[in-house]
Design a protein around this ligand. Structure first.
Ligand SMILES: [Ca+2]
Ligand SMILES: [Ca+2]
Ligand SMILES: [Ca+2]
Ligand SMILES: [Ca+2]
Length: 353
């Protein structure tokens, strides 16, 4: 009882002090009003349609022939976009089937497109026509003024990639096409070659698929944008070489310095490299942002935070040290030396505050 009374007295005393503690100081207050946060927009249109509803038909191809599905992707949003493409719902069917196979193959109780198809299939339908289509893909990027600023070949005939190699047996694998600046557009050229090796079992067969184009903001989950650097065949095809030699540049799209890390596998082992970026897609990279040396298997990691100034529609290259002399590109050994570099597969943007 005694203790409780004491506590109450103390609380009363403290409260009295707080109430009585008003003291004058000089002060000044500034207020900024009318501040806003506005979310940006990401939006693409294809062949001038938004949403994209067009369907494409490539018909009556014979082995060795090529069909084309080309379109143009516009960036109609307020931010640069990284564009990716996939095919889904890839399905092969027998096509129009009016020839009754048991006329030529006893007990083949189904119809096919032709008598030779029945004979070749010999009682078991084989309609996986996606496995017989060799796929080429290249892109050209134009800025908002309509100038062609960048292009690349992702798959050519020489790569001999089947549709199913590129997008997976059932589709769904995404292929990165590159970056489209605000107000710019990308021409996508695709050819579908019916393999010369396709036999009679594919007569009249039909392939159907859905095409999905995705436009992503540059900055992803962890606050970093990513750009893949690849070895390429060099002039003039500049075809991406589909092997394990490549690297990923992760970078912050804005900041007080260009904050990045690069990791990958370069063409030359136990070799010095310079990581460099360039302001303008029409000129060579002109800013060294880091250096490193590959190990005996070509692996290399470089990171840093450097003052580059703004980078608009810029490239990033991994350059062998002998091709970087006096702080600039030196074309020693060109064009053979092209195979020693890693090259951009999309442009990058960075705002320095
Ligand atoms: Ca859209
Ligand atoms: Ca057929
Ligand atoms: Ca067939
Ligand atoms: Ca590669």
């Amino acid at each position: 009882m005694k203790n409780i009374t004491k506590s109450l007295l103390m609380i009363t005393a403290v409260a009295a002090l707080a109430i009585g503690g008003t003291v004058a100081y000089f002060s000044d207050t500034e207020t900024s009003t009318g501040n806003t946060f506005t979310a940006g927009t990401i939006d693409i249109a294809i062949d001038g349609t938004n949403p994209w509803t067009k369907s494409y038909t490539v018909g009556d191809l014979k082995p060795g022939e090529t069909g084309y599905i080309n379109f143009d992707i516009s960036n109609v949003g307020a931010n640069p976009v990284n564009v990716l493409k996939t095919l889904t719902s890839i399905a092969g069917t027998g096509g129009a089937e009016t020839y009754v196979c048991n006329r030529v193959v006893p007990n083949a109780n189904y119809s096919a497109s032709s008598e030779p198809e029945c004979v070749e299939e010999n009682g078991t339908a084989k309609d996986d026509v996606a496995s017989q289509i060799i796929y080429d893909l290249s892109v050209e990027v134009y800025n908002s003024a309509g100038a062609k600023i960048w292009w690349q070949s992702i798959y050519t005939d020489a790569d001999d990639m089947k549709l199913t190699d590129v997008y997976g047996p059932d589709g769904g694998n995404y292929v990165a096409l590159g970056m489209i600046p605000v107000g710019g557009h990308m021409k996508v050229t695709q050819s579908y070659h019916f393999s010369e090796d396709a036999g009679n079992e594919y007569q009249g067969d039909k392939l159907s698929f859905d095409i999905t184009i995705k436009g992503d903001q540059l900055t992803q989950e962890n606050g970093y944008a990513q750009a893949v650097l690849e070895n390429k065949t060099g002039p003039s095809a500049w075809d991406v070489i589909q092997d394990d030699i490549k690297g990923t540049l992760s970078y912050k799209t804005n900041g007080s310095g260009f904050e990045y890390s690069f990791t990958g596998k370069a063409p030359l082992n136990d070799h010095g490299y310079v990581l460099a970026v360039g302001y303008d897609a029409n000129t060579d990279v002109d800013k060294q942002i880091g250096t490193g040396t590959t190990d005996s298997s070509g692996s290399i990691t470089i990171s840093g935070n450097v003052n580059t100034g703004d980078l608009t529609n810029a490239k990033a290259w991994l350059v062998p040290t002998e091709n970087w002399v006096g702080g600039t590109i030196n074309w020693n050994g060109w064009p053979a030396s092209a195979s020693n570099f890693l090259w951009e597969t999309g442009l990058i943007n960075y705002d320095q505050n």
